[in-house]
Design a protein around this ligand. Structure first.
Ligand code: NAD
Length: 428
């Protein structure tokens, strides 16, 4: 039978497997297999040439038993109701495993944002809020940026919501620009969060972090700060990163056997995470095929680019030296590869634990908005470290006590928390 690649079917399948492990009742499964609420929106927008264009939008609130729904807003031409449903469900688990008092939500607008002018984008963002404002808010559902959307767009949406409600409400949305209600530390949060969990994993595996090497896929927001943190916080070396070269339409691995310098590489990388190859070569870096990062002789692999990178084929290239796979990206490992990693005893820090630093700092942004009092970057990062460390410990403990792999343990911790909240509220 062909593998079902529908994202929502996959999300339900993953849930069903853990529900079986946990022995969940029928009514609990019926509640969690589906979103609690979803909105399908037709959004009319005036174009610069005077014509009207109608966009399809979605906002899905999968579960808000633990607090207001939380999740990004994607602007992508291939968005569907099912991708948004799946992403909303995964957000429920991510917020629960990170132990932040929020539920899971996600939104999408079907378009390629590069086809709109800046003014058209602003009108679309404002029109989206006019369509959905009754059903979102700091106590209901808090969107954030995601693929194709950015802090400026969040600023427009926050403004429109505040104008409609007649009250300055920065907490309606996160990922706003710093100075416009955003939080310090958000830029570093996901990459540093990855490193906090790697540090904890190394403690458990009794590894001396200063003697370790890492290979990273990607050199965007997550990978850049994961690389910098691996070197400056753990004292290890990163021997390669990789990137997608838009001009060559190819991926490259950029490596240096005695360790890359992330500050230098950041200085020659554009806003999309594309490294200037010629300058890298001039500085003594070796340029290899995009797939080479996975085969490096290192202790830690950090995929921080795309989904499905460690699959049934590529997993066999993972070097025997690798002890930890830290999933900075969402969904970088396929179930087939997962089975091989389990067999080889590689310690996996699953994506919705490993990259939860982003949503945790978004939660901190909402808290600061509510208080109307803002923390320093050091305060934000200290609080983030505490949260990530506690989240790691809870999953590790579950994995030990139930004798299950880290990914299953993370699902078990998350689902257990959501079920408890539903019980406490008398829903089930
Ligand atoms: P980004 O767009 O900033 O960077 C992506 C990087 O991947 C770029 O360097 C790009 O060149 C590279 N890349 C693209 N295709 C590649 C390929 N085929 N081979 C090698 N490199 C390739 O994105 P990001 O925000 O760093 O996100 C990376 C991953 O982390 C995604 O899976 C995202 O969903 C996940 N994530 C991000 C955050 C966040 O806060 N940014 C939070 C949670 C999860």
């Amino acid at each position: 039978m062909a593998e079902n690649t529908n994202a929502f079917a996959m999300a339900q399948q993953q849930f069903d497997q853990v529900a079986d492990l946990l022995g969940l009742d029928h009514q609990i499964r019926e509640m969690l297999r589906w979103p609690m609420r979803e909105f399908h929106l037709r959004i009319p927008v005036r174009m610069d040439d005077g014509s009207m264009r109608v966009f399809q939008g979605y906002r899905v609130q999968h579960n808000d038993a633990r607090g207001p729904a939380k999740g990004g807003l994607r602007f992508h031409p291939a968005e569907t109701a099912d991708t948004v449903r799946a992403l909303a469900m995964w957000m429920t688990w991510k917020c629960a495993v990170a132990d932040i008092p929020l539920g899971g939500g996600k939104g999408g607008i079907v378009l390629d944002p590069a086809t709109l002018s800046q003014d058209e984008k602003e009108r679309l963002c404002r029109a989206f809020i006019r369509s959905i404002w009754r059903n979102i808010g700091p106590r209901q559902d808090v969107p954030a940026p995601d693929v194709g959307s950015n802090p400026q767009m969040m600023g427009w949406m926050m403004d429109e919501y505040s104008l409609i409600t007649g009250q300055y409400t920065p907490g309606v949305i996160t990922g706003k620009p710093v100075g416009g209600g955003g939080s310090l530390g958000r830029t570093e949060a996901t990459g540093y969060g990855v490193i906090y969990t790697v540090r904890e994993a190394m403690k458990q595996l009794k590894m001396d972090s200063t003697k370790t090497l890492a290979a990273i896929q990607g050199f965007g927001n997550v990978a850049q700060y994961a690389a910098e943190g691996f070197i400056n916080q753990l004292g290890g070396k990163v021997i390669c990163v990789s990137y997608w070269d838009r001009e060559d339409r190819a991926a490259y691995t950029v490596s240096k056997a005695d360790g890359i310098d992330p500050d230098f590489l950041m200085s020659i990388t554009d806003q999309y995470g594309t490294i200037n190859k010629d300058q890298a070569i001039k500085a003594g870096y070796k340029i290899e095929d995009g797939d080479e990062w996975i085969a490096k002789e290192v202790d830690v692999l950090i995929p921080a680019a795309l989904e499905g990178q460690i699959n049934g084929e590529s997993v066999h290239r993972v070097h025997d030296r690798v002890k930890i796979l830290a999933e900075g990206a969402n969904g970088p490992t396929t179930p087939e590869a997962d089975a091989v990693l389990k067999e080889r005893g590689i310690f996996v820090i699953p994506d919705f634990l490993c990259n939860a630093g982003g949503v945790t700092t978004s939660y901190f942004e909402g808290v600061q908005n509510d208080m109307n009092f803002y923390w320093t970057k050091t305060e934000v990062l200290e609080k983030l470290d505490d949260k990530m460390t506690q989240a790691f410990d809870a999953v590790y403990e579950m994995s030990r006590s139930q004798d299950v792999f880290m990914r299953d343990a993370a699902y078990m911790v998350a689902i257990d928390k959501v079920v408890k909240a539903m019980e406490l509220r008398g829903w089930i």
